[in-house]
Design a protein around this ligand. Structure first.
Ligand code: FPP
Length: 245
């Protein structure tokens, strides 16, 4: 179905930093928000390809903790897009067996959107298909600090033994506690940074950067990123010889 891809070597978890909406709009002398609207079409395209391929988790960086500092009109517009998506498209996601999840300080979202999001998570909770994980009001450092605070609180109350703490147990305090680490992280628009995204979880993640702006990132670009991933050798700190042996 998808040429040049080995179904046995697909990433389980793909995370995407959807960047370049503003530049896409600017290049067309359009307001930035038009870039976000066009970017929604890429969201739909990528969700559909990932689902068809049988990818288990797709995490989309839809709104960072830092994005709250953008001009209020832009924040409102992004919230409107999110609301429209949750109102109009969750039923279709549900029919397709997709489970909606979210990571981030979602309680900071406007009330109505927060409730719609919880509703979408509840509605799709039992679905066994792909997990669509939306990063909203998400910051990687905040996530790690919150985990440390929670551990300190439990330790102080005598409910957690700090001696028990290791990399695995620490990860159970993160938003992603039920999810595998990302195998592949894609960032569009040519920027070469992580921007506070999944800092703990991306320790061994393969990174893929493309100059394509997010609104132009559709099925073919996504497949190319997956083909590139399949050409790589993931060593997790070991040598090639050890892996082959
Ligand atoms: C980055 O482009 C993009 C964002 C901050 C928002 C991305 C959000 C969407 C595509 C909508 C997501 C909604 C759902 C429901 C998943 P930018 O504005 O930083 O672009 P620039 O760097 O060119 O200015």
């Amino acid at each position: 179905m998808f040429e040049g891809l080995d179904p046995a070597k697909l990433p389980q978890h793909v995370a995407i930093i959807m960047d370049g909406n503003g530049r896409w709009a600017k290049a067309r002398h359009l307001p930035r928000i038009m870039g976000h609207r066009e970017g929604m079409k890429s969201v739909r395209a990528v969700v559909e390809v990932a689902r068809k391929l049988g990818i288990k988790v797709l995490t989309l960086y839809a709104f960072s903790k830092e994005n709250w500092q953008r001009p209020p009109e832009e924040v409102s517009f992004l919230m409107r897009l999110l609301r429209e998506y949750l109102e109009k498209e969750v039923e279709e996601l549900h029919q397709k067996g997709i489970r909606v999840k979210a990571i981030g300080e979602i309680e900071l979202l406007p009330d109505e959107i927060y409730r719609l999001l919880l509703g979408a998570m509840e509605r799709t909770r039992a679905n066994k298909g792909m997990i669509l994980n939306l990063a909203l009001s998400y910051g990687g450092r905040a996530e790690i600090v919150n985990a440390a605070k929670e551990i300190a609180r439990l330790a102080k109350e005598g409910r957690f033994d700090p001696e028990e703490l290791d990399e695995m147990s620490f990860a159970t305090f993160l938003y992603t506690r039920d999810l595998p680490d990302p195998d592949l992280l894609i960032r569009t628009s040519g920027e070469l940074r992580l921007s506070n995204f999944l800092l703990y979880q991306c320790a061994y993640t393969e990174l893929y950067f493309t100059p394509t702006l997010w609104p132009d990132f559709r099925e073919e670009e996504f497949l190319e990123a997956l083909r590139d991933y399949q050409r790589r050798e993931r060593r997790f700190g070991k040598t090639s010889e050890q892996l082959r042996g």
